[in-house]
Design a protein around this ligand. Sequence first.
Ligand code: GNR
Ligand code: NI
Length: 179
Amino acid sequence: MTIRPLVILPDKTLRLPSEPVTKFDGALKTLVADMFETMYDAPGIGLAAVQIGVLQRVITIDTAKKEEDPKEPLVIINPEIIWSSHETSTYEEGCLSIPEYYEEVERPKSIRFTYQDIKGEKYEVLADGLLATCVQHEIDHLNGKLFIDHISKLKRDRCVKKFTKQAQRGTAPLSGANA
Ligand code: GNR
Ligand code: NI
C-alpha cells in the first residue's frame, strides 16, 4: 500500500469527469487500498480517486468520529443519486484538494443512491447526516465539481486566487516546501 500525492487546487485535473469502473480486478483493489492509506494519513473522511490523479468513479469514505473509534471503511464505486430530500442541511466543509480552507455548504439533508462495491455487487442505500454530505461532496469530485462551486463567486474567486499564488510560489500547504 502506498500513500499517493494529493492533487491540489488549481490543478485542472480536478475539473475533469471521471470514467465508470468496468473491471473489478486486482488493480482496482490496489487503487482502493492506496486511497484508504492516503485518506487516513491526511487525515480526511472521504476521498475521490481523482484527488490522487486517477479518473475513475471510485470513492472511499470513513466518517467514524474519533481516532480511537473502530474504523468504518466504505468503498463506493459508480454511485448514482436516485433521490434527494427537499430538506437541506448545512455543514462546514473542507477538501483535501483545497487544504485548510473551510466554508459552510447547504445540500440536501438525505439522499438515496446506488453504487457498486469492490466486487461489482450492486447496492441501494439511504444516507443522511454527515454521510449524505460526504457522499455528495465526493460524487461532485467525480463530475469535476468542488465544494467551492457551492459558495459565493466572491469567496470562490478569492480562494482560487490564493491557491494559484501559493502554487506559483511553490508554498502550497502540505507541499513540504514551506519556508
Ligand atoms: O475530510 C473531509 N472532510 C469533509 C468535511 C465536510 C464535508 C466534506 C468533507 S470531505 C473531506 C475530504 C475530501 O476532500 N474529500 O473529497
Ligand atoms: Ni474533497
